[in-house]
Write a protein that binds this ligand. Structure first.
Ligand SMILES: N[C@@H](CCC(=O)N[C@@H](CS)C(=O)NCC(=O)O)C(=O)O
Length: 172
């Protein structure tokens, strides 16, 4: 059994779960909740960065981050499934990078509120992250990706980034 350290709200953890579902690998993965703020969490031994998602293989080797994990899962499923071969690969990886970047910026905004006291918060920093989200969404709106019947990694990552914006900033 593979063990996925994650948490329900994580857009990157969700990406890995959606990838596993699409690849028919969900029954090979046990999901174990992780608390990234707990200094005693074994997660920090599994991944020195203390980040989720982290995948623990049967021999104890750990994989991170989400991009490495989805690449591994695609490989397990025979390869070229959600990460296509050839030219299409780069469009999918680019879309994944853009979507992950939007989620990263949104996450940094959430962390600004979570980890900094109100007097320590920087409006400049939040605006800097807002710019990334706004430009990313504008680029996607100007050239919307096609959503095929079987989603690939770019479309999966985008769904997770949009879902995270809805979760944390609905109506903003
Ligand atoms: N590039 C990483 C980003 C992962 C990430 O930022 N995860 C967040 C939760 S959504 C996390 O673990 N945060 C805790 C921390 O940064 O200490 C990936 O794709 O997996």
């Amino acid at each position: 059994m593979l063990v996925l350290r994650s948490s329900p709200a994580s857009p990157f953890g969700r990406k890995v779960k959606m990838a596993a579902l699409e690849l028919g690998l969900m029954d090979k993965i046990e999901i174990v909740a992780a608390d990234t703020t707990d200094p005693n969490e074994v997660l920090r031994e599994q991944n020195p960065l203390g980040k989720i998602p982290t995948l623990v293989l049967e021999d104890g080797v750990t994989l991170f981050d989400s991009r490495v994990i989805v690449d591994y899962l695609d490989h397990l499923a025979g390869g070229g499934k959600i990460i296509p071969a050839g030219e299409a690969r780069f469009a999918q990886l680019r879309l994944q990078a853009l979507a992950d970047g939007i989620a990263d910026a949104a996450l940094l905004k959430v962390y600004e509120g979570r980890f900094r006291a109100e007097t320590e918060r920087s409006a400049n920093w939040v605006a800097h992250q807002d710019g990334k989200v706004a430009r990313g969404l504008a680029a996607l709106e100007a050239a919307p990706p096609a959503f095929p019947d079987r989603p690939r990694i770019g479309e999966i990552a985008l769904a997770c980034a949009l879902g995270y914006l809805d979760l944390r900033f609905a109506g903003a």
